[in-house]
Design a protein around this ligand. Structure first.
Ligand code: HSE
Length: 320
């Protein structure tokens, strides 16, 4: 993206002084089986962030997930996203105080890095308004520049089910509402999985028939999620990514096979190692949880989560 020419309307340091915003960003599950790097679903579990422009320095406080683990300096992903957004408008990041309250598990395929990026971009949006308005396409483009692919950041920004695609002009998205019968269940293991490792296991090309297989299942999946949940088992089949990554997460692979054999539409959530079950009603979720409790060799946390339909929000907060 080229630097926007917003000098005429950019807020001054005096405008920014004391501005304070509160941001809320949902967890996400990407791919959803066949929709590699394309489909994503926002889930009702949230990272929250408060950002205030202060006189000098950078103070970061982290509560919940990541406390004692994530860096507390310029390299903090939220700070990088704020700086990236300010730089896009030709502005330097102002001195800040951040408080992050995180509930999205890290390294589990639930979009925590996408959520951090979106949180930073939405915080910058809130701080820069009203002088600068950022369009939905610009928000997605800024987020995709940092994340590398749009399938997690699109649902984190806009909520619901999102189809994301990349054009020469930048990434674009279509948001869809999900059928009210769809009851997502996320199963989270104790161990993490690196997205970079998962992506390194992808082949550079795939057989044409596998590509056709995924085209049909992805198209069907959109219909199943918005209109026909009874088709979710057939619609969540995939030949583009899960088989190549299975060796790096054997228990995830084994449990997904067991869940699918029992009729549950289970897929790897994002790059893994969590499992997403797109159940059709709450009782199906209970059956899937029971199956995993009986078959798993390590500890798995079951999170029955609603679909988030709002996406990321930002609101101005009055200074104390
Ligand atoms: N589509 C991405 C992948 C999601 O599977 O690699 C994780 O960022």
């Amino acid at each position: 993206m080229t630097a926007a020419s917003a000098e005429a309307t950019a807020p001054t340091a005096a405008d920014l002084a004391g501005r304070r915003v509160r941001v809320k960003v949902p967890a996400t599950s990407a791919n959803l089986g066949p929709g590699f790097d394309t489909l994503g679903l926002a889930l009702a579990r949230y990272d929250e962030l408060e950002v205030e422009v202060v006189d000098d320095g950078l103070a970061i406080e982290v509560e919940g997930v990541g406390r004692g683990e994530v860096p507390l300096d310029e390299s903090h992903l939220v700070v990088r996203a704020i700086a990236h957004t300010f730089a896009h408008f030709g502005l330097e990041r102002p001195p800040l105080r951040l408080v992050a309250r995180n509930a999205i598990p890290h390294g589990r395929g639930l979009g925590s890095s996408g959520a951090a990026i979106v949180a930073g971009i939405m915080a910058a949006k809130g701080l820069l308004e009203p002088e600068i308005e950022i369009s939905p396409d610009e928000l997605l483009e800024l987020a995709t520049e940092l994340e590398g692919h749009p399938d997690n950041v699109a649902p984190a920004l806009f909520g619901g089910l999102t189809i994301a695609w990349v054009t020469p002009e930048g990434p674009r998205h279509k948001k869809l509402m999900v059928h009210r019968g769809v009851s997502p269940l996320v199963l989270v293991p104790e161990h993490e999985m690196s997205t970079a490792l998962a992506r390194s296991l992808q082949p550079t090309s795939v057989p044409h028939e596998d590509a056709v297989f995924n085209v049909s299942r992805s198209a069907l999946l959109v219909a199943a999620l918005i209109q026909s949940p009874e088709l979710l088992l057939a619609a969540t089949e995939d030949k583009l990514h899960q088989r190549y990554r299975a060796e790096a997460m054997p228990e995830t692979d084994r449990l997904i096979r067991a869940l699918r054999a029992a009729g549950h539409p289970a897929v790897v959530s994002g790059a893994g190692p969590s499992i997403l079950v797109l159940a059709s009603d709450p009782s199906e979720r209970a059956d899937a949880i029971r199956l995993v409790e009986e078959s798993a060799q390590t500890a798995w946390q079951a999170l029955p989560l609603a679909v988030d339909f709002l996406g990321a929000t930002v609101q101005a907060v009055d200074a104390d």
